[in-house]
Write a protein that binds this ligand. Structure first.
Ligand code: URA
Length: 235
């Protein structure tokens, strides 16, 4: 009789098996390894808590300049979440994202791919209007990106649309350029979950650079294709 030599893995596996209930291991019932119990999150509550946290942010020039917080708008159960840069004058006045000229263009862009604005969820990197509508600086982007990541985890969208370089920096860092990265599907990991993300030009940029709309259209068509592939239904 030859003696079987156990290697380290065999020893560990034997120990694990011995520590189990054999009836369970060799049960005839199939084990469902795929199904995961959905995480029960009360989105409304979580969003309220997040908004409060942002409202209570300390030592922030953006907050000091702004009239009110612009948190988000739209369907909290939407499979599509859109992230812009930050509020402008109109948004600051109304407390809602993308309600000025950029917002009008965003609505048109969505309509062009058969998506109604009210069926998506829209937010920004920074939730207070920057002084003189300047771009948020890197420290501000970093600070607010933690809130944004939390926000994405709560909404848990199937598709993230990242509009402009500020949103790109908040989620992918400073080392990449929007002109190179836009239009490709990316995987973005937040809190151990992978999100499908598309970086594309910001509507405000398209209002200034109309010749870039052709690239935006390419990206929008890819988003539409993905919506169809994933059989996304907007409720
Ligand atoms: N630009 C943005 O990025 N967000 C808005 O809400 C409005 C304009």
């Amino acid at each position: 009789m030859t003696k079987k030599i156990l290697n380290q893995n065999d020893i560990i596996n034997t120990e694990i098996i011995n520590s189990y209930d054999f009836d369970y291991i060799f049960s005839n019932n199939p084990i469902n390894r795929v199904k995961k119990e959905p995480l029960i999150v009360n989105k409304t509550e979580e969003l309220k808590k997040l908004e409060e946290k942002i409202q209570n942010i300390e030592d922030c020039k953006l907050k000091k300049n702004a009239t009110k917080i612009v948190f988000a708008e739209g369907n909290i159960d939407s499979p599509i979440m859109i992230v812009g840069e930050g509020p402008g004058q109109k948004e600051d006045e109304l407390g809602k994202p993308f309600v000025g000229d950029s917002g009008m263009l965003l609505n048109k862009m969505l309509t062009a791919i058969n998506i109604n604005r009210k069926n998506v969820y829209v937010t920004n990197v920074v939730n207070f209007r920057p002084p003189n509508d300047r771009k948020p600086d890197s420290n501000e982007i970093k600070k607010y990106s933690n809130f944004l990541k939390n926000h994405i985890s709560i909404i848990d969208p199937k598709i993230l649309v990242i509009m402009g370089s500020t949103a790109m920096e908040a989620l992918f860092g400073t080392k990449i350029k929007i002109s190179k990265e836009r239009g490709d599907w990316k995987e973005l990991i937040i809190n151990n979950k992978t999100y499908l993300a598309m970086i594309t030009f910001h509507p405000a940029y398209l209002l200034r650079q109309a010749d870039q709309k052709k690239y935006s259209w390419v990206d929008l068509k890819k988003i539409k294709k993905k919506v169809d592939e994933l059989k996304i239904n907007f409720r």
